[in-house]
Design a protein around this ligand. Sequence first.
Ligand code: GLU
Length: 551
Amino acid sequence: MSEMNYNELAELLFSEITLTPEDYEKIYPPRQLKEGAKVTRIAPSPTGFMHLGNLFGAITDERLAHQSGGVFYLRIEDTDLKRAVEGGVETIIRVFNQFGLNFDEGATLEGDNGDYGPYRQRQREKIYKAYAKHLVKEGLAYPCFCTEDDLSAMREKQEAQKLNPGYYGEFAVCRHLTMEQIKANIEAGKPYVLRLRSPGNPENRIRHTDLIKGNIEMPENDQDIVILKADGIPTYHFAHVVDDHLMRTNVVVRGEEWLATLPIHLQLFRVLGLKPPKYAHTAQLMKMDGNSKRKLSKRKDPELSLDFYDEQGYCVPAVVEYLLTLLNSNFEEWRLANPTKPYTEFPFNTKKMSVSGSLFDLQKLQDVSKNVISVMSGEEVYQLVIEWAKKYDEQLYRLFTADEQKAVAILSIGRGGKKPRKDLTVWGDVKPYVSFFYDELFAMQDGYPEKMDKAEVQTVLQTYLDTYTEQPDNSSWFNWICQMAASLGYAPSTKEYKANPDAFKGQPGDITMVLRVAICGRHNAPDLFEVMSIMGKEQVDARLRAAIAAL
Ligand code: GLU
């Protein structure tokens, strides 16, 4: 067999490719960033389904890049047309924007932004081919004409002999095709893929230090993996190596499902003469199912989909905050010590990431959410609520935006102090919480105190209606209530009532309860004086009159 002329083969396969890897090195030079700056990316496929894992990784990437003065970019991995859906790219961009993740460069709704693009793999075909051509020239890649039938016959043989499956060693028959055979096949129009001529030997072990998993040893790759498919489109393995190199990524954060193929990736970097990035393989998100842990599943767990959080009205800062508690084991401790600092001040560290799997717990997210919302200002809550309501609750949106000042005042009740109210977990809680402020939503949910008959309730309400004079603040209002209580035969204070319960009809708390039920329709409501101040005299009086009429 004559010595193969690899240059000739490269020209035969890639006559249209004129640029070389050296040319691309010049087009995409190393980034000028300060020492230690991390360049990270997320590289989702446009499948239309955005899951928690995407966000989990993205937060990691964003933090690593931005806390080091680096770059965080978005690359669209659309090489697999079977998985790509119409509008998939828009979904990716929209959802990440929703979660407040800002990309420095990459795919955007308007096109691409940045000097290292195109950022959509389908537009990079020529670049991959330049690197593939280079490998062919070096004798490190070759065309393979094996059909599906050939490959299944190979697998059967390997199974029967209990050998490792795959295209390698003696099974890699197309490794040995002559130039004449290749030419003949191409002339006959036979489809082919391009395979790596793997220089690996599984007897050798490779060592790798993963930023999350630590030191790892694995057998070297010896599979002649496909690098370009029959349509000339690269596989994930090849595309990500070329892209992460040319886009000058220095830390690749991705799910641990990619760990098994890491030897392939490291080998590709080596045969291309390129320095691999650092890798951080993130552990799976798990949940408790009864007494056992399992992976979150698309079919069983609606909370895996990022749309779930939007629909339910989870607030973005809460979801991010909760994911940070899962991402870094010391985040919660830091948060306790720094309750009001933005999370961007937390020193994010891959060493604090779980190696074995993070337990996702919706209940815990809800607790975090309550806390996060409780320390927001009324104005902040208002903005987030109307944004959500615009999409999911037209009535609430209308009521809130019709009188912004009133809505902000309502949402500001009980905020700002040491022990803020925690009534809201998701934006869906807002409407039932505020409903009594709006006549169109108001409903009598709870009854008056049982020990008071209708006549007595009427007396209390009518007296208040007839005699109340405006008070400047909460404590003078309550003093006024105590006086009114005394005038109706109630104790003027709880203390006096407790000392001598038989001498009185009740205590001031009974009066405020009657008022609360008439005005709010429920026993459990925020501070009544504040409620009435927001409602204003007209609405309060109308409520009292309506309550009397309904007795
Ligand atoms: N496109 C791959 C995925 O969606 C990305 C993996 C990576 O980040 O390298 O899983």
